[in-house]
Design a protein around this ligand. Sequence first.
Ligand code: AMP
Length: 505
Amino acid sequence: MSANLYLQLAARMPGDGETFLRMPDEYVWTYGDLRQWSGRLANTLVSLGVGRGDRVAVQAPKSPHFLFLYLACLRAGAAILPLNTDYTPREVGYFLANAGARIFICTPGREDDFAEIAPQAGVSRVLTLGEQGDGTLIEASRGKGEAFEAAAVAPNDLAAILYTSGTTGVSKGAMLSHENLASNARVLVDYWRFTGDDVLLHPLPVYHTHGLFVATNVCLMAGCSMLFMPRFSAAEALRLLPGATAMMGVPTHYLRMLAEPGLTRDLVKGMRLFVSGSAPLSAETHREFEARTGHRILERYGMTETNMITSNPYDAERRAGTVGFPLPGVEVRIADAVSGAILPQGEIGVIEVRGPNVFRGYWQMPEKTAQEFRPDGFFITGDMGRIDAQGYVSIVGREKDLVITGGLNVYPAEVEALLDALPAVRESAVIGLPHPDFGEAVTAVVVAADPAGFDEAAIRTQLGHDLAAFKVPKRIIAVPELPRNAMAKIQKKALRETYAGLYSG
Ligand code: AMP
């Protein structure tokens, strides 16, 4: 079997007439369309001078053609570099230059924003791709053949470069190989029991590992079809769920669906699987969702650099507040963040991972890459976690989010779980802020269930029943909404900046 991921997916794809992707307006793209469009676009890329190993940067809206372009890159042996549509031209300029992108594909109407930036970054052509399959890339593909022989790549050859969100310091390009992506897709299809009969509800952005690789590769490798939402809306998800068998989403999707009275057992009776990841799903939401629908959400854990690492089981207990077991073929261990010593079972430390899923390193940053791997090949995720006696992994926060107050460690996730369980609190984020006495002070920012009746002192008293005094937030601030990115991750860095002076006055 060829190492080219496209060929591995193609080997499992059904016949040309079968449905690949259905849009909310009921427009249907078949597997035949997928083969033809990805072939035509692969020929177009080659005609634009894209060769094996070249980087193709894309900042374009979610559309079926975005996926065809991804597959075209695989077929041509080029590496796709998908970019968050929120990035500004200045930010995009950094990625283009850093990655040495050969061509750049942006949203129609935005070419002028890149007229200077792209050539300065060394990009040879700027083309466009719109939400409706419009744009100069599509124009350039007219008359191009549909047949294309997939490039013979080695397993370690690059399939994609995904820039990390860069919430700390400079954004780094994670190099993902054909085998990184293929091995993970194979494991997930099996673990989550995907078959050609599934219909996957796809509400995720496609510039991120979750929507582009987990959802799309799993669907293609199972040869199933997807209901493709250009963007998430809870009402639209509820309209589509009766036609689906599985959904992959982020915690915010589940929270928003729970806010809709229409989410009932009856509505989801055809569903067999709800998957959540990319950010922590609170035990509260897990339980509420089960009470409402009868389904236990299957929570999994992964990151751009590693693809998926752990998953709750399909058949055995899906434990709320945990991310389950290491996937088959993936090794996970817990180490002391500073010394790197492997910790005994049950202790909290940094999660480290090794396996065919783990990326090839950061693009042109050998020192940064070396810093984040142990000599025996384990990647240091930067997530703090623990493994319980049954082997379930829990995440207690990012290493950088750990609060050290008066010399004592406080894991935000522990305090957040207790806050979220209080009726007065809808959701919470716990951060450390500079404090003259304690170094850092544990501080909670919460969305109150009843903002008018919000009583900070009462909440602190309640927390004091369950938590050592040093873990109880010194202040609890109520806000209308927590800052989140598109993948539902709370932006703690933004909160730390906003409230930096809270204790200095
Ligand atoms: P990204 O590279 O954008 O996918 O972000 C990866 C990070 O998201 C991980 O390092 C975790 O901090 C976080 N993450 C992903 N899945 C989960 C999960 N199920 N629970 C908690 N955090 C998660």
